[in-house]
Write a protein that binds this ligand. Structure first.
Ligand code: GDP
Ligand code: MN
Length: 391
């Protein structure tokens, strides 16, 4: 789960990272007020869950309150498209206004999960400001990596070593140690998946300040981080995924027209492959999980149908913990409650499979039954009302 820059700054500041003074604004007038609070000259920054806002025109250093207000007015309600958001962009309905900083140098600092070593890894570069993907391409030599031992934590000497590698001097060394340890603690204590400060700048006065901040959290740990969970902004999510998150479904939105309701992540991935092999495109990945009640199946149908591109639904259940009769009841219930008009292909296997098939047969509903995964995928592709034209 991603959060906004201003939220990440507030969290990191709480751990000791120096950030510019500022405030969030929900209207152009409030942006002017925030600019006055920091002395008139202020940076106005669109708050969306994406980097690359600077290049996309979402960040501006404004000389006066009036300029801050005018620029904010151009941002509110806009779909800001960056390199990372795709052409549809993300909607801006709050901005962050902070005191302008005099930049002498820009550094890159990131904390990520290194899955290979199963540890938190620091990635840093003396060459900040540009996105890490571009940095990795244009100046890979500048990247420093350091893996942190979870038993010992990030030790002072390691932090100092990194500070030296980045070419920091004098008081900056101590400041860098503070920043690194603060980010590490924030990462570890809050179940983060990523902390990124880009740019971490050296000001004209020679001090380190975090000019940007990005944090992302492990959704599986949100149950024990209620303050973090409260920062979720569904307005920044794909609406289909926001709905799924509210329903506790593991859902990923895709671009095709075959809506999928499947149990088990592995089976779901195999099904995506089968659909592609049969010449179709899945509209989503959805793992309905074990022990799915008819109500949950119904919820899954609603979620899949919230995507207007869906033209056919494929239900593929291998029931181990699940029971085919529950799933079948759920499909029948969904037909009635949701007023389903799209073709539905169902493939059931496993526990109570005969009972499940019987429920579908005797329902009188136009359900297309399939016995194998391959059959189901082919049937779904054939049942699409408006097949996507072959390119
Ligand atoms: P991003 O493009 O979404 O990553 O947004 P950033 O917060 O990183 O801002 C983009 C760029 O705006 C930075 O790399 C800076 O060059 C510039 N910028 C941001 N804040 C200030 C500031 O206070 N003073 C100056 N001079 N430039 C700033
Ligand atoms: Mn940035």
């Amino acid at each position: 789960m991603d959060i906004h820059e201003y939220q990440a700054k507030e969290i990191l500041a709480g751990f000791g990272v120096p950030v510019p003074k500022g405030g969030v604004a929900w209207s152009p007038e409030q942006a002017a007020f925030r600019a006055r609070e920091v002395g008139g000259r202020a940076v106005v920054k669109a708050q969306i869950h994406s980097g690359g806002r600077g290049e996309a025109g979402g960040v501006k250093v404004c000389k006066t309150e009036a300029e801050a207000q005018d620029f904010a007015a151009t941002l509110f309600g806009r779909q800001l498209a960056t390199k990372q958001t795709g052409p549809q962009g993300k909607s801006v309905y709050r901005v962050w206004v902070e005191e302008a900083t005099d930049i002498a140098r820009e550094l890159y600092l990131g904390f990520v999960l290194d899955r290979k070593s199963e540890r938190i890894m620091i990635v840093a570069s003396a060459h900040g400001g540009m996105e890490i993907e571009d940095l990795a391409e244009e100046d890979p030599e500048s990247l420093r990596r350091m893996v942190i031992d979870p038993a010992a934590g990030l030790l002072e000497f390691q932090a100092r070593e990194l500070a030296f590698q980045l070419g920091l001097k004098g008081k900056q060394i101590g400041q860098m140690v503070t920043v690194l340890r603060a980010c590490y603690r924030a990462y570890r204590d809050l179940d983060a998946m990523m902390v990124e400060i880009n740019p971490l700048v050296i000001t004209g006065a020679g001090d380190l300040v975090a000019l940007d901040a990005k944090m992302s959290f492990d959704t599986n740990a949100l149950f024990r981080r209620p303050q973090i969970a409260a920062l979720r902004d569904p307005g920044q999510q794909d609406p289909r995924e926001a709905m799924a998150a509210d329903n506790g479904l593991a859902y990923v939105g895709l671009d095709g027209d075959i809506g999928c309701i499947i149990n088990g992540a592995g089976l779901a991935m195999a099904t995506m492959d089968m659909i592609k092999l049969a010449g179709g495109e899945p509209a989503n990945f959805l793992d309905i999980g074990g022990g799915a009640s008819p109500e949950r199946v119904c919820t899954a149908f609603r979620n899949v149908l919230s995507d207007p591109k869906v033209g056919v639904i494929l239900v593929n259940i291998f029931a181990g913990i699940n029971r085919c009769d529950w799933i079948a009841n759920g499909v029948v219930q969904a037909y009635r409650e949701v007023g389903l008009t799209l073709p539905v292909v169902v493939r059931l296997a496993g526990t109570n499979v005969e009972a499940g098939r019987e429920i579908l047969r005797s329902s009188g509903l136009p359900i297309i039954a399939a016995d194998t995964l391959a059959e189901a995928a082919e049937a779904a592709v054939a049942a699409r009302p408006h097949p996507i034209a072959a390119e």
